[in-house]
Design a protein around this ligand. Structure first.
Ligand SMILES: Nc1nc2c(ncn2[C@@H]2O[C@H](COP(=O)(O)OP(=O)(O)OP(=O)(O)O)[C@@H](O)[C@H]2O)c(=O)[nH]1
Ligand SMILES: [Mg+2]
Length: 678
């Protein structure tokens, strides 16, 4: 079966590490399909995608760019994904629309590892993928060496489909290993067919044999032919390549230069002949297909002019403007072409379509006719856990509601952003995947939603406790005109085991403090403990009220509450207060070649390594478990990435509080005091 048997629209998603040339390749593909008048350039800032100020300023893709074109009578949608590791959720979600993924790679063996997380998500969802080695105009690297490095990170065999024709170090063209035709690149046009140069013949033979042997692993007939030294028919080889790609058994490898438009026609041909149809993708994803209209939501875009736009892939039926989906009317049906929405009347099977002004859809939803919007029956990639946070406050106090509303919209677009109100430190922390990710969010808040935001480091949630107990007698007495105030308490303050929090025990006998006032004493004590002698919330302290006095006229709840509070503030400084710092349980994932480096990273951050083991389902990766102080987690990801070609990551959860003493503790306490003085 080949994709050519059906004419439904198909979708290719461009993925690959940061700056590998995905956006440039999309320009080249669109231009070759005559869908654009000129080929845009990233450095010149005139590509179809990356049109937002955030993208132009950084010359990087910051959100998935969508484009559509026809190529030789077939309808194609493309999604060009950001390459930054911090925007991996955007890529993973976009891949849920893909019939095929094109991995755009640099011709740099030492950077092969940057492809590991990409291969992983493609494997997890069995997404057929083609590897396009880009920037071949600027390299002297041997394709063989490159392939060897890349093969080490791919679980599927990489099958080279072309060999280069070089003139000295300069790449001039290629030989296609199936047709055995030689081509010379031509600037801005399809390559010329040329006679195969003698010099490349041996290499061609060898590479073709490798290709056929890879294919023979999946086909007995081909294997027999090879064993009998028979030459398989060209059509058979193409058929086998197509089948193996569609079943995600092999990874075809093509190369070229997006910048110079080299190898683009060859890539187009492979896409056109070998990409599976939407129906096959729906089946792979487990989308339940019946008679009715079915589409899945890929991403939400909040656009300045159109408002909320829902990007969906149609699996079955025809999307029409004005139709009802999940009880909501679709108002406006568009094709996204970079930043432009082109109004259309309908969109059929396989199309990527933008639905205007629907309130409810969320990425990952399955949309059907009528009243239902269901949780998708298909798997959807879970957002990576946050690894970096900044505390945000609106510059203008009145913008507080607008700020949370706008962040809500950003989260709808990208669910790897998380907003958390932290009660202990009274900070609103925006969590994400790194500095770039959060900086982008903050810039968008400003440029798109006109909310100016100030950011600061999230505070560490230090606490304090006591090391020894005391008894304290405190009296609150005030006589001013008419009614006075009187409350008198004897309390015992003692340390409790870690994790106990606060306990209040009433041991009053004989009514020295009347029943009704006892809760007020507890309230007073609790109020004080929100901020202990060192300036932090107090935990693991027990207070026993064992005696007191009252006055029949002047005593009140208020007076006893104040007395309770007073007893604490007078007694606590005598209890050897000590700082507690939050310790997190952290699991760091890295390719195992980095495991020993990570030991150094953890011990350099006052961490305690608990052990490491191989990471389940991640070939060649380790998971290292450790305990790390919260204060050391803040920029851990920055160092971790710089040690691991950007691929290392971690997950964390609060574990326990631990005493912090000596100079580090003094520093924290001093900082607290100077904050207070400000
Ligand atoms: N020499 C050469 N440069 C290229 C080629 N393709 C892209 N570039 C350059 O590489 C840089 C990055 O290209 P982009 O197309 O933005 O790469 P990208 O993969 O989209 O990058 P992100 O979206 O940020 O991940 C730009 O300066 C391009 O001009 C190529 O084939 N050859
Ligand atoms: Mg890009």
């Amino acid at each position: 079966m080949t994709g050519r048997e059906t004419k439904t629209a198909r979708c290719a998603v461009l993925v690959g590490p940061y700056t590998s040339g995905k956006t440039t390749l999309l320009e080249a593909l669109l231009f070759a399909a005559e869908a654009t008048q000129r080929k845009g350039s990233v450095p010149q800032g005139n590509t179809l995608g990356d049109a937002s100020p955030e993208a132009r300023e950084r010359q990087m893709t910051v959100e998935p760019n969508v484009a559509r074109c026809d190529y030789l009578g077939d309808s194609w949608s493309f999604i060009d994904c950001p390459g930054s590791v911090e925007l991996s959720q955007e890529r993973n979600a976009a891949l849920m629309a893909a019939d095929v993924a094109i991995i755009v790679a640099e011709p740099e063996p030492s950077r092969a590892l940057t492809l590991a997380p990409i291969f992983k998500i493609l494997d997890d969802y069995k997404i057929p993928h083609i590897l396009f080695v880009n920037k071949m105009d600027k390299t002297e690297v041997r394709v063989r060496d490159l392939l060897e490095s890349l093969q080490a990170v791919s679980s599927k065999p990489l099958v080279l489909r072309q060999v280069p024709i070089r003139n000295g170090e300069q790449l001039e063209g290629f030989v296609d290993l199936v047709s055995e035709r030689a081509y010379r690149y031509k600037e801005g046009a399809a390559s010329d067919l040329v006679a195969m140069p003698e010099a490349v013949k041996d290499r061609e033979d060898e590479a073709r044999q490798d290709m056929l042997e890879s294919l023979a692993d999946y086909d007995d007939t081909l294997l027999e032919q090879l064993l009998e030294d028979k030459i398989p028919a060209t059509e058979e080889i193409y058929g086998q390549l197509t089948k193996d790609l569609q079943e995600d058994l092999i990874v075809p490898v093509l190369f070229g230069s997006a910048e110079a438009s080299h190898g683009i026609t060859r890539l187009w041909k492979a896409l056109r002949h070998e990409t599976p149809a939407a129906a096959k993708t729906a089946e792979r994803l487990g989308v339940p297909l019946g008679e009715e209209f079915t589409a899945s939501v890929i991403r939400i875009y909040h656009q300045a002019h159109t408002g909320k736009v829902t990007l969906a892939r149609v699996w079955n039926g025809v999307a029409k403007d004005g139709m009802t989906l999940g009880g909501e009317r679709v108002s406006g049906l568009y094709r996204m072409m970079g930043p432009d929405n082109q109004k259309i009347a309908e969109a059929g099977e396989g199309e990527l379509v933008a639905l205007g002004r629907m309130e409810h859809p969320q990425a990952g939803d399955l949309m059907r006719d009528g009243e239902r919007v269901e949780e998708s029956g298909m798997a959807w990639p879970a957002a990576p856990k946050p690894v970096f946070g900044v505390a945000v406050t609106p510059k203008n106090r009145q913008d507080e509601v607008k700020l949370t509303g706008s962040i809500g919209k950003l989260i709808e677009e990208d669910c790897s952003l998380v907003l958390e109100h932290i009660a202990d430190t009274h900070q609103m922390v925006l969590w994400g995947q790194g500095e770039i990710h959060l900086r982008l969010a903050v810039d968008r808040l400003n440029s798109k939603y006109h909310v100016e935001v100030e950011t600061e480091r999230p505070q560490t949630a230090y606490k304090e406790t006591i090391r020894r107990g005391t008894t304290q007698h405190s009296r609150f007495k005030r006589q001013s005109g008419g009614h006075g105030q009187f409350g008198d308490v004897h309390v015992e303050i003692q340390p409790l085991p870690r994790g106990k929090g606060f306990e209040f025990v009433d041991k009053i006998v004989g009514g020295s403090v009347p029943r009704q006032y006892i809760p007020a004493v507890e309230t007073g004590a609790r109020e004080y403990l929100q901020r202990g002698p060192l300036g932090f919330p107090v935990v693991d302290v027990g207070v026993t009220l064992f005696d007191g006095q009252y006055h029949s006229v002047d005593s009140s709840d208020m007076a006893f509450k104040t007395a309770g509070r007073l007893a604490m503030s007078e007694g606590m400084p005598n209890c050897q207060p000590v700082l507690l710092e939050p310790i997190y349980s952290v699991t760091i994932s890295v390719p195992n070649e980095f495991t020993s480096k990570i030991h150094g990273l953890v011990s350099g951050r006052r961490g305690q390594i608990l052990g490491f083991e191989t990471k389940a389902d991640w070939d060649g990766w380790d998971e290292l478990k450790c305990n790390l102080p919260q204060a050391e987690l803040q920029d851990l990801i920055v160092e971790l990435r710089s040690l691991t070609f950007g691929v290392g990551s971690f997950e964390w959860s609060f574990d326990h509080l631990q005493e912090l003493t000596g100079r580090p503790a003094e520093k924290v306490i001093e900082e607290r005091r100077s904050d207070d003085a400000r």
